[in-house]
Design a protein around this ligand. Structure first.
Ligand code: Q9C
Ligand code: ZN
Length: 353
């Protein structure tokens, strides 16, 4: 299997995130991608390629250009404002209750703030998403990793894996968050739709609901989104991911959320997977973009499912058994001692070995 990897992820060298207002050691660290890379190298069954530069157009095909400009400039803006911090996190967000009772023109019509503190809230979702000097470059490289993996499949490969870091599925059209800056999977899916004219399915098997991917394709009939994740009633991102969110307009029926209880077993997971895959094969298309997370693992520090390493081989096997070509993109997974084994298991399963 071809793997796309870039060392540029290391410039997003975060050490801390904040959780409930306190600095805590970061979960989404550079070591994650290096563990996965070295495990795939040690396996011997993977060939590595670097990403090619795809420019900004595929990003602004799904994201607000204002988000791109904010992320590009945030660190320099903080320096100019003499905000001397090891990392940047917002402290005030425009929640919908602030606009309660007001017409939509006020909700969407006001200008973005000019200060970096205001911008962090305006363009952000949550406080677990530190920005450092190298964040923008790393996030751009992760997009190129995803698009290069998509190119491999568009060029005839049956499967390719993009070792994206930072991850992407919480990033919405005009919002970064949840360790994510640009939505790598959404950008890849959009590029595949444009290249093929076919419908594309996104299968999100990260532990968390991919609120950003859902939002980007909410009204789209040509991109089906299916996600298996922790019930948002108890878990991040808290406000999206319920089963009654099915899409609207052209996208009516093209969003499938399968929220799951704490303690979810391998068997329970595979039952949900079969539902998601059944919905995918019921629809036309030849390519699945997989948002692959290992925070479903039983020992994950921020998850509460009970999955074991062998089930990942079976999940990969069942996804490949759809007969669709696969663009597999890395999202979360924070229990570092098992991250390499879990990734190797999943990808071997997808290759049938
Ligand atoms: N105490 C992904 O898996 N909240 N993002 C963390 C930790 C944010 C997860 C709280 C979790 C984001 C790609
Ligand atoms: Zn996750």
């Amino acid at each position: 299997m071809q793997v796309v990897y870039s060392s540029a992820h290391r410039s997003h060298d975060v050490t801390h995130e904040t959780f409930l207002g306190q600095p805590t050691p970061a979960n989404e660290v550079a070591e994650r991608a290096e563990i996965i890379r070295s495990s795939l190298e040690a396996d011997g069954g993977f060939t590595f390629a670097g990403p090619t530069d795809h420019g900004e157009a595929p990003i602004t095909a799904v994201h607000d250009p204002g988000l791109v400009r904010f992320l590009e400039g945030a660190w320099g803006q903080a320096e100019r404002e003499r905000i001397d911090r090891p990392y940047l996190v917002a402290d005030t967000y425009p929640t919908f209750r602030m606009f309660e009772g007001m017409s939509e023109e006020f909700v969407v019509g006001q200008p973005a703030p000019t200060s970096v503190a205001g911008g962090l809230g305006w363009w952000g979702l949550d406080t677990s998403n530190p920005i450092v000097k190298g964040t923008y470059g790393a996030a751009r490289a992760a997009v190129d990793v995803a698009l290069t993996a998509a190119d491999l499949v568009l060029g005839g490969e049956t499967v390719a894996y993009g070792l994206c870091r930072p991850p992407g599925h919480h990033a919405a059209r005009s919002m970064a968050g949840g360790y994510c800056f640009f939505n790598n999977a959404a950008i890849a899916a959009e590029a595949i739709v444009r290249a093929t004219g076919e419908r594309v399915a996104i299968l999100d098997v990260d532990y968390h609901h991919g609120n950003g991917t859902q939002q980007i394709f909410w009204r789209r009939g040509d991109v089906f989104y299916a996600s298996i994740h922790a019930d948002p009633a108890r878990q991040y991102p808290f406000f999206l991911g319920y089963g009654n969110e099915r899409g609207e307009g052209d996208g009516q029926g093209e969003n499938l959320n399968l929220p799951q209880p704490a303690g979810l077993s391998d068997e329970g997971y595979l039952a949900a997977l079969d539902r998601a895959l059944g919905a995918i094969v019921d629809r036309p298309g030849s390519i699945i973009v997989v948002s692959l997370g290992f925070d479903t693992y039983g020992r994950d520090p921020i998850g509460d499912f009970a999955l074991t390493t062998p089930v990942y081989h079976e999940v990969g096997r069942r996804v490949a058994a759809t007969g669709r070509r696969l663009v597999i993109l890395q999202e979360g997974g924070y229990y570092r001692p098992a991250l390499g084994d879990n990734t190797v298991a999943w990808l071997r399963g997808a290759e049938g070995r």
